[in-house]
Design a binder for this molecule. Structure first.
Ligand code: 5GP
Length: 204
């Protein structure tokens, strides 16, 4: 089975930028496109950045068991559609999920073999500045996201891999090492011999 990589951490920490860099370094990776009930930001495209949907459609698909994980985040709903993940895994592609912490916990329960990486900011103040400078959210939304971030930061000790995004170059290097190392383990042959060869070797 192909690998699943969960990249989590608070909003504004740079998950998206790091994942873009990661996918340039390791082009075999595929990013799962999440579903959300939030409005598209300027320049975001349906089916590319997210599957944008109404609350009623999200709820209907949730009840139909179509999500592998989902979360309510800052007043909106987000989730990973089973179809998004399965299609890529069936094709043998390692898949990256960019999700918040509640979703990462659900994946840990249902797919304990998934590799989870928590991206941390150098400080909460640094995160506040990033969210403000990003300019994608108004002041009230930045406040909502910072309030959630305090709880999210407390969850970092739950994660086997933590990458502090103090320098983009260094953080990308560390993230790529983690993912590449895990992919290499996945591909490593268990034996140099096939069953037939081993059988032949023991023939008198
Ligand atoms: P944004 O509104 O900034 O695009 O995303 C808000 C938060 O939701 C980010 O932390 C992002 O990683 C997370 N997120 C995006 N897609 C999903 C998803 O499918 N599931 C979960 N649990 N979180 C998601």
């Amino acid at each position: 089975m192909a690998k699943v990589f969960v990249i989590t951490g608070p909003s504004g920490v740079g998950k998206g930028t790091l994942i873009q860099g990661l996918m340039t370094c390791l082009p075999e990776l595929e990013l799962s496109i999440s579903a959300t009930t939030r409005e598209p930001r300027t320049g975001e495209r349906d089916g590319v950045d997210y599957h944008f949907m109404s609350s009623s459609e999200f709820q209907r698909r949730l009840q139909a068991g179509e999500f592998v994980e989902h979360a309510d985040y800052a007043g909106r709903r987000y989730g990973t559609l089973r179809s998004e993940l399965d299609r890529r895994l069936r094709a043998g592609s390692p898949v990256v999920l960019e999700i918040e912490v509640q979703g990462a916990r659900q994946i840990r329960r249902t797919m304990p073999e998934a590799v989870q990486v928590f991206i941390a900011p150098p400080s909460l103040e640094d995160l506040r500045l990033r969210l403000e400078h990003r300019g994608t959210d108004d002041a009230a939304e930045v406040q909502r996201r910072l309030a959630v971030a305090e709880d999210e930061l407390a969850a970092r000790s739950e994660f086997e891999h933590v990458v502090v995004n103090d320098s983009l170059e260094r953080a990308l290097e560390l993230l790529t090492e983690i993912v590449q190392g895990s992919l290499a383990k996945c591909r490593a042959p268990t034996s140099h011999y096939t069953r037939g060869q081993q059988g032949k070797a023991t023939q008198p």
